[in-house]
Design a protein around this ligand. Structure first.
Ligand SMILES: [Zn+2]
Ligand SMILES: [Zn+2]
Length: 313
C-alpha cells in the first residue's frame, strides 16, 4: 500500500487554498517527496508530517513551481541538522538549476551542513526497495529532462496461515523462510514446501505520477492497470489549444488517459484558479467517473485488489 499526502496542488502560481506542487508518497518506513514547490516546508508542518525521514526528494522537471521550495527546506534542515543527508533525484536540467539554488543562494560561500546528494536520473530504476521499486519514465512537457514516476510494489504470494497451522508450521523464522520461497524441515522430519502454504501470485500496488505533461500519447502503456494515476489538469477542454501551446493537458485528456490505461482511480492536481473545481471535475468524470481533484492535505491510501481508494476522513 502507498499512502499519499498532497502538500500543494496549484498550477504555476499559488492560490489562496492551494500551495505549489508537492506530494508525499509513503510506503512502510519509506517516505518520498515528489516535487517541492515554494512554500512546501510550511505545508509539510501544517500536514503534521514534519521533516522526519525526508531523505528522498524526486523532482519531475526543472520548472520553478516544482523546485523553489527546496531552498527553504534545505535552509531549515541546515539550521536544525535533523537529517544528515538528503538525496535529490531529477533529470540533469533540474539538478543543474537545483545545484545553483543550493550553492549560489542557500549555502553561498559555506559548505552545506548536511550531505546533499544530487542524483541524475535516466528512464529506468530510481530506487529499489525490498518490496517495491520506483521507475522514472520520460514525459513531454516544456524543455528537456521531464520525468514521471511509477511506484510499483513487487508481486507476491500471500502466506496462508490456516494451511500453515494445519501442517504444524511453527510461528517464527520458518514462516519467513517459506515466504522467501525456500522449503523447511520440521522437527518430525517432514519437509514443507512454499507451494504448500503460499496462495496465488498477486500483483502489487501500482501508483503512477506523471508530473506536468503536454500530451498523453505514449503514457497509456506506462499507466496500464495502475491502482492510482496522479496527473495534471491545468486546463479545461475549452482551452485545449492554449493547453497544447503551454505544454499542459486538459481534465478531459487526463480522463481519457485514465480510461484507456484501465486505471482504478484518477487523481487530478496542478489546478489553475481560472476554473471552478466542480467544472473541472465534471469534465473528467463524464469520461472517467472515478476521478477526484486533489486538495492540499488530502490523503489517500492506494491499495491493490479492486477496493477503490477513498480520501481518508
Ligand atoms: Zn508546473
Ligand atoms: Zn512545468
Amino acid at each position: 500500500m502507498f499512502e499519499l499526502t498532497f502538500l500543494g496542488t496549484a498550477a504555476s502560481a499559488p492560490l489562496p487554498k492551494r500551495g505549489l506542487s508537492s506530494v508525499i508518497v509513503a510506503h512502510d518506513e519509506h517516505r518520498f517527496m515528489v516535487d517541492c514547490g515554494e512554500g512546501t516546508q510550511r505545508q509539510l508542518l501544517s500536514s503534521g508530517l514534519g521533516f522526519r525521514r525526508l531523505e528522498h526528494i524526486l523532482i519531475t522537471h526543472p520548472h520553478l513551481d516544482h523546485i523553489l521550495g527546496l531552498a527553504g527546506i534545505l535552509s531549515t534542515l541546515g539550521q536544525w541538522e535533523t537529517l544528515d543527508h538528503m538525496n535529490i533525484y531529477g533529470g540533469q536540467s533540474a539538478l543543474d538549476r537545483i545545484e545553483d539554488l543550493i550553492n549560489r543562494i542557500v549555502f553561498r560561500g559555506t559548505r552545506p551542513p548536511i550531505e546533499i546528494n544530487l542524483i541524475a536520473i535516466q528512464p529506468g530504476f530510481v530506487f529499489q526497495g525490498d518490496d517495491f521499486d520506483i521507475v522514472a519514465f520520460p514525459v513531454r512537457h516544456r524543455g528537456p529532462d521531464c520525468f514521471g514516476f511509477v511506484f510499483q510494489e513487487h508481486s507476491r504470494r500471500p502466506f496462508l496461515n490456516e494451511k500453515a497451522n494445519a501442517l504444524g508450521v511453527p510461528q517464527g523464522p520458518e514462516r519467513r523462510t517459506l515466504v522467501k520461497g525456500l522449503p523447511i524441515t520440521l522437527a518430525d522430519g517432514r519437509v514443507i514446501y512454499p507451494d504448500d502454504v503460499l496462495g496465488e501470485l498477486q500483483p502489487g500496488t501500482k501508483l503512477v505520477i506523471t508530473g506536468d505533461i503536454g500530451e498523453i500519447d505514449g503514457l497509456e502503456r506506462i499507466a496500464r492497470n495502475a491502482h492510482a494515476l496522479i496527473t495534471e489538469a491545468t486546463y479545461m477542454e475549452s482551452d485545449a489549444e492554449i493547453a497544447r501551446q503551454n505544454g499542459h493537458i486538459t481534465a478531459a485528456q487526463a480522463a481519457r488517459l485514465a480510461q484507456r490505461a484501465g486505471v482504478q482511480q484518477l487523481i487530478l492536481t496542478h489546478i489553475s484558479g481560472r476554473y471552478r473545481e466542480r467544472d473541472l471535475e465534471a469534465e473528467a468524470r463524464a469520461i472517467f467517473p472515478n476521478t477526484v481533484i486533489a486538495r492540499d492535505f488530502d490523503t489517500f491510501k492506494i491499495k491493490a485488489l479492486r477496493d477503490v481508494p477513498k480520501p481518508v476522513e
